[in-house]
Design a protein around this ligand. Sequence first.
Ligand code: SF4
Length: 221
Amino acid sequence: MRWCAASRRACPAATSRTNAATVTIVFAVSDLEVIAADASTCTRCPLAGGRTQVVFGRGDPGAGLMFVGEGPGADEDAAGLPFVGRSGKLLDRLIAEEMGLSRADVYVANVVKCRPPGNRDPRPEEMAACRPWLDAQIDRVDPRVVVTLGNVATRALLGRGDGITKLRGRAYPWNRRQLIPTYHPSAALRGSPGVMAAMRGDLVRAKLALAAASSVGSPAG
Ligand code: SF4
């Protein structure tokens, strides 16, 4: 009996395969792709009317570390991929410098999958409508550590109204995982050196949480 990463259960369909690692990747990718295909035609909220395309997510479907931002901007809406603009490039750099990882090692998604007009914050009803897609991603990827980027994503996942400046700086047990809030990279791009230093510290915190979770071999929290 093989282990299926997508369902986190023994998978009878995989028993005839000879390479368990291959089975794990094929199942996880396939499952997320099915969900992404469903999401690509979603019209559950008004943001559907202004999008070029749904920006579902990107990265390793079996990643131990997942980043969650607030929503696609213009570059992401055009490319169909999250965090491809200046903010994404900064995030990639900080992940490499502070964690020794690349974008391919992690999974990246947003709270809403369609671009809010004028890059405004997504509204509560839009986030609620889109939440099943994010929950499905978190369920399938099953990361041990989730890093939320900025006020919107942190409040949405933690369910607290405090700002990111107050909430960051620690890890929160969250759904058998560790949730680590940090600033959105766009805040660092606006020029505050303190924000950049705080982000670096938060990513080191996430790296240590991931190492601790990996050492015990099961989701932390
Ligand atoms: S933002 Fe989410 S809920 Fe709204 S249309 Fe896009 S995919 Fe659907």
